[in-house]
Design a protein around this ligand. Structure first.
Ligand SMILES: Nc1ncnc2c1ncn2[C@@H]1O[C@H](COP(=O)(O)OP(=O)(O)OP(=O)(O)O)[C@@H](O)[C@H]1O
Ligand SMILES: [Mg+2]
Length: 337
């Protein structure tokens, strides 16, 4: 196991006129044994960052440490990491056992040792009864577990995951997410997990790195990014539906945006704001009310059991105390309360 230190890490693809800067200086101190999720929209640089840690992509600037060592110029095989990709292509002609053992065979690990490590990983992943099967005789989730098994048997200092669940259906994704959490509890290996799914980020991470266009917008616990988002980007990326960002709400100062999450608007409170209801969506456990407040769009979340308003109604909503955020309208940065 090892800590990971990123100091002002930058990446530019190409040189001269063709230079494309994609990572603009990321700083993060990741502790030994932490489970970190890197989340952000497509193209923001998540995979690039992960691949630089893996050694699959050259680091343009800054310093990267794994444990005590600066690894900027260390080849991937010497970094003591194991990576699980979205497209984890197993060898179709090999059994599950051989797929998991392959890397160790190449590394000339002794036969008994290979057997012991594969058996142990298979037990953790509940694959013991499937070791003689070929990949085509497995379900998608089982294949995903074999890919993780391949990484586990290496006994690395660091696990790197790049959207490993995105090929699975919604139910299997939730189940595999739980398995990954269990695995981390058992093995305690420092992990970097890339996803564009904020729910996956919130449920898996001990701390989250939120990326946007090559910049790290925030690095914090799920509670921190939800309760005190550092920027309007984080406020609208974490949480669904996103936080309302209002210019015209009472209380909003000039040059500021007032932020309030749909679930923190209480209906029927005396005083409050008057919202003109436009659309009501029934989602099962809750309803989303889309309406206008002083001309701006606003979303309010209410329990499924609460009386549902109809389009055209006027609704009184009050922002819950302590749940209102303020952001600089120009820079998008949080303004301390
Ligand atoms: N070899 C390359 N040459 C030039 N630009 C590249 C190269 N590889 C990636 N990029 C650019 O770098 C940026 C970051 O790409 P990256 O693959 O890291 O994004 P990502 O956050 O992983 O996105 P996704 O969620 O779609 O996988 C993108 O704008 C991409 O177009
Ligand atoms: Mg990617």
């Amino acid at each position: 196991m090892a800590a990971i230190s990123l100091k002002n890490i930058t990446k530019t693809y190409g040189t001269g006129k063709a230079a494309v800067p994609v990572i603009h200086g990321v700083n993060a101190e990741i502790q030994d044994g932490e489970f970190i999720v890197i989340v952000g929209p497509s193209g923001c640089g998540k995979s690039t960052l992960l691949r630089m840690v893996a050694g699959l992509e050259e680091i343009t600037g800054g310093e990267l440490r794994i444990g005590e060592r600066v690894v900027n110029n260390l080849e991937p095989a010497k970094r003591d990491i194991a990576m699980v990709f979205q497209n984890y292509a197993l060898y179709p002609h090999m059994s599950v056992f051989d797929n998991m053992a392959y890397g160790l065979k190449i590394a000339k690990v002794a036969k008994d040792e290979i057997r012991a490590r594969v058996d142990k990983a298979a037990k953790i992943l509940e694959l013991s009864h499937l070791l003689d099967r070929k990949p085509r005789q497995l379900s998608g989730g089982q294949r995903q577990r074999v890919a993780m098994g391949r990484a586990i048997v290496r006994q690395p200092q660091v696990f790197l995951f790049d959207e490993p669940l995105s090929n699975l259906d919604a139910k299997l994704r939730v189940q595999t997410r739980l398995e990954i959490q269990k695995l981390h509890r058992e093995l305690g290996i420092t992990s970097l997990f890339v996803t564009h799914d904020q729910v996956e980020a919130m449920t898996l991470a001990q701390r989250i790195i939120v990326m946007n266009a090559g910049n790290m917008e925030q690095f914090g616990t799920p509670e921190e990014v939800y309760h005190t988002p550092a920027t309007t980007f984080v406020a609208s990326f974490i949480g669904s539906p996103p936080m309302n960002l209002l210019q015209n709400a009472p209380g909003a100062q000039p040059g500021q945006l007032l932020g309030i999450r749909p679930e923190h608007l209480d209906v029927g409170a005396a005083g409050g704001w008057e919202v003109l209801v436009e659309t009501v969506e029934m989602l099962g456990a809750e309803r989303l009310i889309y309406g206008r407040l002083n001309g701006e769009q606003i979303v309010v979340r209410i329990d499924e059991g609460a009386p549902a308003p109809a389009p055209g109604d006027s609704l009184r909503v009050a922002p819950r105390a302590g749940r209102v955020h303020a952001f600089d309208a120009k820079t998008g940065k949080r303004i301390a309360a």
